[in-house]
Write a protein that binds this ligand. Sequence first.
Ligand SMILES: [Zn+2]
Length: 298
Amino acid sequence: MLVNATSMLRAAKAHHYAVGHFNTNNLEWSKAILLGANETNSPVIISSSAGAGKYMGGFKTVANMVRCLDEFLQIKVPVALHLDHGTYDACKACVEAGFTSIMFDGSSFELNENIAKTKELVNLAHNKGLSIEAEVGAIGGTEDGVTADGEVANPKDCAKIAALGVDFLAAGIGNIHGLYPKDWKGLNFEVLEKINQVTNKIPLVLHGGTGIPDKQIIRAIKNGISKINVNTDCQLVFAEAMIKYCAEGKADATLDNVDKGYDPRKLLKPGFEAIKAKVIEKIKLFGSENKADDYLNF
Ligand SMILES: [Zn+2]
């Protein structure tokens, strides 16, 4: 069932677990995420970036695909359909397209402009029943030139953005999008604590979830992180499973292949299974297994 993400993340914050946010790229990914959550009786956030949305044929295609899959697969757990790192225009488009949650990434704007645009989108989202995530400062990423520190947000800025009425907040605590450099210094728990103290119990979001050691993930959840974004992890296991399938000769694209391993439904299955297993692994790590009904009380 599609819902916005506000109640599920408030429940997660209050009960010290995190909800997994998994990026989708196509039909197989969407099914794997929904079924992985359903099998573990966990709330889940399935999300599309602007790039993935364009790849899949637009936000309406994504929204209809996820809604129809949710119905067809009889998914019993709460599912939020979220826009990842949205521009101002992408946020508006996703409200129209039928998403239940958006993220406005105004982190590249100067603080006052980020505040003005975030405010406007908070009103728009809430009028339509969507939840909204905002971001403070840039979180590090391979495209920005990686530093060993990652990006760290200023807690004062976090307080200002949180006060605008956003439902959850992404703030850099040393995390990085994509793969982490060998000399990475780890999550900055001091900053996380400060941000948590000044943002009035708002659920906090950890981006760049791939490559952070499990111990640090668990510690971050204990300290106020309620949503963890996972993308690269799923990409890695998908590619790995596909490479293995092909290396075993199962995809042999000739009529001699009596098992017809070239059939796209067979060819893509190992990738689908790998993502589903990764989603289940992360749900168990984040502690949201069997928390599907938790949101009803928040
Ligand atoms: Zn992100």
